[in-house]
Design a protein around this ligand. Structure first.
Ligand code: FE2
Length: 200
């Protein structure tokens, strides 16, 4: 069994991960766990000091395209939890994609427009559009609202923080053509670590 990986190894981050694990352990459902995690996540988004600049940099060669960087901060050895920053340069947007895991997602820097899609008879239907500012966050509870794309609307790069209950950068997910709904296999990867166990 693999061990936990703290790419950003600080007492602040270890404390947060310990809180998250305790919340999950004490909860009977993902929704309940998200409620318990919310206060700590909100503090993380409000704290300007814990995330080093290197994890807020764009990444020209990334798997997301557009210079979008997905930086791993922590992942559990058993693949049950990951924390990462997603850095989207001004004007760039992600592919339409899913996540296949529940968790919390929030904006740390910059502003974004988010479009949320739902499957609709083989196609995709736009079900929500939101403008996000720093401190905004939501619980992601798939399959509800699991398909989206985000675009940076600020003149500065946007940075969002993702706490999800899989190894999001390394699992095979789906990207979608928003016009036809056609799916394709999608693995975003991380800028700063490899996906060693690529099987399944
Ligand atoms: Fe996403």
């Amino acid at each position: 069994m693999s061990v936990d990986e703290y790419v950003l190894d600080t007492p602040r981050l270890r404390g947060f991960v310990d809180e998250v694990r305790a919340a999950i352990e004490a909860s009977g459902s993902p929704a309940e766990a998200c409620e318990r995690i919310r206060p700590g996540f909100e503090q993380l988004l409000a704290d300007a000091g814990w995330l080093p600049a290197q994890f807020q940099e764009a990444a020209p060669e990334s798997g997301m395209g557009g210079g979008i960087g997905q930086w791993l901060l922590f992942r559990a050895g058993d693949g049950s939890l990951s924390l990462f920053s997603l850095v989207v340069p001004p004007g760039a947007q992600t592919p339409v994609h899913d996540h296949l895991a529940w968790g919390l997602v929030g904006l740390y820097r910059g502003t974004q427009d988010e479009e949320v899609f739902a499957p609709d008879g083989g196609a995709l239907r736009l079900v929500d559009e939101r403008a996000l500012v720093p401190g905004d966050f939501y619980a992601l509870l798939p399959p509800q609202d699991d398909i989206h794309r985000v675009r940076t609307t600020s003149p500065e790069t946007s940075v969002s923080i993702h706490l999800l209950t899989n190894d999001t950068g390394c699992v095979w997910r789906h990207a979608y053509d928003p016009d036809t709904g056609e799916q394709s296999p999608f693995r975003s990867g991380y800028v700063n670590v490899d996906c060693e166990n690529g099987a399944s």
